[in-house]
Structure formats: C-alpha cells, structure tokens
Design a protein around this ligand. Structure first.
Ligand code: HAM
Length: 447
C-alpha cells in the first residue's frame, strides 16, 4: 500500500456531520443580510497579486508574510486572503457604481493566509462579508454594525462585545502618525525589528504588533481618537449616536486599528473571550479611499467580514442552538434482484416528492439491510420480497414503536402514509424549520 497523502497544515475537511451546521449558519447570514438589501456576489478565488498589494497594503502582515502567491504565464496570481479587494475590483469592472446608491453586496467565501495555525486560525478559512458603497453617512456605519448584531442575535450568540474606534482620514492621519512616530522614536531600542521597519514605512501598523516586547510600549502609545479632525470627530459622534438610538451596546477601544491598510474613520470588531486567543469573530470598518485606489471614482464605502469557523466555535461555546438535521424517513429493504429493482423504483418516485428514502444497492442480506436502516436512524422500514410483489402490498414498520401498517406498493399510497404519519409527530418548529425541512421534504404536498 502506498503512503497516505494528508491534508495541508492549517486546512480542514468539513464532514457530513458538520455541514448541516454550516448550512444553517450560512443560511441565516445570507437571509439576515438580504433583509438589509444585500445581494450576493461571487468573485474568483484567484486575483492579480497587485490587487491585494495595492488595497490591503504593502506593509501589512497579510501582504508581507501571508499571501499564497504563484506565477503563471508571467503573471503573479494570489489566492485571496480576504474578500473586500475582489469585491471592489468586480464592482468597478462590472459598472456596478451606476446602480442606485448605496450598492450593497454580500459574499460567502474561502480565504487563504499563510499564518501559524492554532484554534480559530487556519490557512484556509471561510468568511461571510458585506460591503456597502456610496454612503458617507455615519448612520450607514450604524446600520452595518446593527446587521452584524442582528446576525449574532439570530444565531443566539451570547458573550460577545462590540468594540469601536475611529482611525481618522487622510487629513488627520498624518498628524496622528507624526505623534506616533515621535513617541516610538523615543522607544526605538525597545521595539522589535519589524516595528523598526514599521516606524519608517507605516507607523499605524506599529499598533498591530503582537510581539510581547512591544506590548508595554504599545500600551502607552497615543490614541487615534485624540487626534481626529473635526469632520472625523463628528462622524464618530454620529456613529455613537446611531448605535445609542438602536440600543446596541459598544465600548470605545483605542487599540483597534485593524490589520489592513484601507480603513478610514470607523473601525469595529466583535470580540468574544469564549474561544481562546483568536476571539475576533467579526472585523470591519469604513474604507473611503479604496475604490479610488483600485482605479474607480472617489466613493465612500464600508464593510465587514466574519470568520465562519469562529462563529461556529462561539456558538458551540455559548450553547447556541442548531436546528435538527434532516432524517431518513424510510428504508425500503428487499429480497432478490427483481425486488431490489422495485424498491429502487419506489424510492426514486418518493425522492421526487422530497422524501429522504434509502434502499439496498449492495445485494445485502435482510439482516444487514436492517442494521444499516438502524444506523441511518430511518423512521420507518419495509421489506419487499416476492410475496409482496405478488400481492402488491407491504408492511411498513415504525422503527421506534414497532407498530406496523399495510400499504400498497405504489408511490401515491406510500406518500400518503408518510405524510399522515409525519403530521401526527411532534417536531420542534424553532428556527423557521418545519416538518418538511426536518424530514427532507423539499416541497409541501397540498392537502
Ligand atoms: P479581517 O479582520 O482580516 O478583515 O478578517 C475578518 C474575520 O475573518 C476575522 O475577524 C476572523 O473572524 C476571520 N479570520 C481572519 N483570518 C482568519 C484565519 N486565519 N483563520 C480563521 N478565521 C480568520 C478582513 O478580512 C476584511 N476584508 C473585513 C472587511 C470587509 N472590512 C471591510 N469590509
């Protein structure tokens, strides 16, 4: 036997027992965003490298250390480390700025960053995000944050806090950078080598440093909010008033500067202490200069992204509920080739009606078939043998109670039986899930 090939470090298989949770979370994310007017956009996983160097920023950790970049036909290509840059590129390429403002887009994507893997931090991970173009009003920032709060509420996530900050604009940022440079210059012998470089090239990134030796310096560094110009200050006040009006609790956190260069004014994160060191479930903010940077007209914009792995982790950690998974309603067993073909035909018809039905396709003994039905937790089972084919009737057994019923072997009779049985069962109706969903019924039969 040759050696098994294993998955890459920092990547994960999502197995069938986990995917229902993913589907549920992704459905809630999409549906809440739809109620705020966000249409879904799907962009390629690969983009030209310079899209990310230009937007995320040359001096960020993402661009300097974490991108998966390769050459093909003399072109430098990168697996997207995040979603915003690709959405901005697509927005411009497809003339979407001609649509009515604000243009609102949501996405659900996989991203790639060559980071040191740990709980909640992967090299391939998934983001749900939203981007809004055309509004400079702080009420738009408040609405976007409200959408995240709504999503977390719908997913019954507790123990999570909203942190906000403002990092100013191209008018006031240089003033702050000057202060920050002066401060760090006094401590240049105490900071790490990367920070020495940051000090020269992009001082705001100093506040991103995770090196232990830089933490005491960072703790006493000046705060962006103390150097905002009057427009940025008004904008930040507008955001706070908007959040107050919506009764959304928040804390002002001067340490939040975000790890990407495109942000201006509002930045925010939803942070939990329930899932270890990687507790930022959602991060976002305003990026009023990015559309222009990527070659479009000056357009105010903002957005956020949340890591789906981290949402699932915090949901598990705080005991959030997931809807019940789809169950097999019927196992149609058989004895003999002709009978197996009849069972398959019956299953084929019932599946067209949306029932989750299994039958034997392995020529197994009845005993083995019933064992399989048991493992699959089928609610009902029957066995078609030569006798049953002759009489055209079969006994259906409730796998839990052992009760039996005789039903004619045709899809109408079976379907009628299964429906009447379903209606007599008590199935939780939470999360907008109905009997049909739980039993794998795609359409509702009309009475
Ligand atoms: P980000 O903070 O880099 O922002 O990522 C957003 C979220 O993605 C994080 O809060 C986290 O939940 C998740 N995430 C990031 N890296 C990893 C990783 N290695 N493993 C697992 N989860 C991870 C952005 O990406 C911006 N594009 C957000 C944005 C959209 N800003 C404006 N619009």
């Amino acid at each position: 036997m040759s050696q098994k090939i294993r998955s890459l470090k920092g990547t994960k298989d999502i197995l069938p027992q986990e995917t229902p949770k993913w589907h549920y979370v992704q459905r809630v994310l999409r549906e809440v965003a739809e109620t705020y007017g966000y249409g879904e956009i799907r962009t390629p996983t690969i983009e030209r490298t310079n899209l990310f160097t230009r937007s995320v920023g040359e001096t960020t950790d993402i661009v300097q250390k974490e991108m998966y970049t390769f050459e093909k036909s003399d072109e430098s290509i990168t697996l997207r480390p995040e979603g915003t840059a690709g959405v901005v590129r697509a927005l411009l390429q497809n003339g979407m700025l001609n649509d009515a403002f604000p243009v609102k887009l949501q996405y659900d994507i996989n991203c790639y960053r060559y980071e040191n893997p740990q709980a909640g931090r992967y090299r391939e991970f998934h983001q749900f995000g939203a981007e809004c173009f055309g509004s400079a009003d702080p009420l738009q920032d408040a609405e976007m944050i409200a959408m995240v709060a709504d999503i977390l509420d719908a997913l019954t996530v507790t123990d999570i806090e909203l942190h906000i900050n403002s990092i100013g604009c191209k008018e006031c940022r240089p003033v702050f950078n000057q202060k920050l440079t002066e401060y760090y210059t006094q401590h240049v012998d105490e900071i790490c080598e990367t920070c020495k470089e940051r000090l020269k090239r992009n001082p705001l990134r100093l506040l991103d440093c995770k090196e232990p030796q830089c933490q005491p310096i960072k703790a006493n560094a000046p705060h962006t909010v103390d150097y905002l110009c009057s427009e940025c200050k008004d904008h930040f006040d507008g955001l706070k008033a908007g959040l107050d009006a919506l009764d959304i609790p928040y804390g002002i956190d001067p340490e939040i500067v975000r790890g990407l260069d495109y942000y201006t004014r509002t930045v925010f994160e939803f942070i939990t202490n329930k899932i270890g060191a990687q507790g930022t479930v959602c991060g976002g903010g305003r990026y009023d200069g990015l559309v222009e940077e990527v070659g479009g007209p000056a357009t105010p914009a903002l957005g956020f992204a949340m890591g789906i792995e981290r949402i699932l982790m915090v949901m598990e950690a705080c005991g959030a509920e997931f809807p019940p998974t789809i169950q097999c309603i019927l196992y149609i067993g058989s004895m003999g080739k002709k009978e197996a073909a009849a069972a398959l035909a019956l299953a084929y018809e019932l599946r067209k009606e949306g029932f989750y039905v299994l039958c034997d396709t392995m020529g197994r003994s009845v005993r083995a078939q019933m064992k399989y039905a048991d493992k699959k937790e089928a609610s009902y089972s029957c066995i078609i043998g030569s006798n049953e084919l002759e009489t055209g009737e079969v006994e259906i057994r409730n796998m839990q109670t052992g009760n039996t019923n005789i039903v004619k072997i045709n899809s109408e009779e079976f379907s009628e039986f299964l429906w009447s049985e379903l209606q007599s069962q008590v199935i939780p109706h939470d999360h907008g899930v109905d009997i049909g969903d739980v039993m794998g019924l795609l359409e509702h039969k009309e009475d």
